[in-house]
Design a protein around this ligand. Structure first.
Ligand code: ISE
Length: 339
């Protein structure tokens, strides 16, 4: 079979990473088109890849006959239009989170895909493809620990861009634990509260950091998440499940532990999410390419998962602004046939 021809839209840090992985580590695919609002950037990248062109209009890139499938690494506010164009052109798409930036447009995308009668959209919640998360999921599904009752998470970033505001801690960072909760517990989240303790003096003025998220699932299970995005130290993502017959933790980030003649003991910190989740991104992309090649198009979280995450984050931002727990407003999945 010939290689899948892929257009990568948005070639900032993540998009350029995806171009590199598709070009060098993923089999069965090649990048034929790149696009970015910074046209020179896309032109320069295209020039380094044999058989690749830069197309300046994202919708033209999606419709191009030399493109079988699309990767969206563009800014969130552009996703709705680009996802709808993928549906109109019947092209499978792997869309970096968020699906869209608000609940109404996310729901619209879910409906339009359902009306199309062919699943096309996968959302880039890459943690589901991380070896440790996959092992944790298998452990829970295997039943050895009994019913999972509580999830404790920590999500720490050494730093975030200057443009990061308090709501982005919810929409950009917590969104991963929202998806992890739904993935591990196989149920929707019913309510969320965001607590803002004393801010880190090192955080930019006005950024509520750290934040504590408390979520409750529909069946009443408890989830807490410490979000701290300006630690100045390392990238740390820890997840502990406490269940009826035991507990399990991932993300201790223990690689090689050394003792040195200088009298030191320890290992190396992980600097960022691209290093921590590099394997997860590679596995996600290989499985997506294989799924598209086999006609299934989606092998992982889909449009519904993107919509559910948007709904929880919207409630999270309302709690951040208002203080108390906020109920998550979602339509019932079976009210949209095919979703
Ligand atoms: C970033 O956008 C990501 O997706 C990372 O996985 C997350 O850890 C980080 O907090 C976000 O800003």
């Amino acid at each position: 079979m010939s290689d899948l021809r892929i257009a990568v839209l948005g070639v900032g840090i993540m998009g350029a990473d995806h171009v590199a992985r598709l070009t060098s580590r993923i089999s069965g695919a090649r990048v034929t088109v790149v696009n970015d609002y910074l046209t020179e950037k896309a032109d320069a990248l295209a020039a380094t890849i044999p058989g690749c062109r830069s197309i300046s209009d994202p919708l033209d890139a999606i419709a191009d006959p030399d493109v079988d499938a699309v990767v969206l690494a563009t800014p969130g506010p552009t996703h709705e239009k680009q996802l709808l164009a993928c549906i109109e052109n019947d092209k499978p798409v792997l869309c970096e989170k968020p699906l869209t930036t608000d609940v109404a447009t996310s729901l619209e995308v879910v409906k339009r895909e359902a009306e199309h009668h062919r699943r096309l959209i996968q959302v880039g919640f890459m943690r589901r493809f991380d070896r440790e998360y996959a092992q944790l999921k298998a452990l829970l599904d295997g039943g050895e620990l009994g019913r999972a009752l509580v999830l404790h998470c920590a999500h720490r970033n050494p730093a975030v861009p200057q443009s990061f505001d308090s709501a982005m801690v919810v929409r950009d960072s917590l969104v991963h634990e929202v998806d992890v909760t739904r993935f591990l517990f196989d149920e929707e989240i019913a309510s969320i509260q965001i607590i803002t303790p004393s801010a880190n003096p090192g955080a930019p003025e006005g950024l509520a950091d750290p934040q504590i998220a408390i979520m409750r699932t529909v069946s009443g299970r408890h989830v807490d998440v410490e979000l701290f995005v300006t630690t100045g130290v390392a990238y740390e993502v820890r997840t502990e499940v406490v269940a009826e017959k035991g507990s399990a933790m991932i993300g201790l980030d223990v690689n090689v532990i050394r003792k040195t003649a200088a009298g030191t003991w320890g290992g190396q910190i992980t600097p960022g999410f691209r290093e921590r989740f590099g394997q997860a991104y590679d596995t996600e992309f290989q499985r997506w390419v294989d799924a598209v090649a086999s006609g299934f198009n989606v092998d992982g979280p889909g449009a519904w998962d993107g919509y559910a995450a948007s709904a929880v984050c919207e409630a999270g931002v309302a709690s951040l602004n208002g203080g108390g727990p906020v109920e998550v407003a979602m339509v019932a999945r079976d009210s949209i046939p095919g979703a």
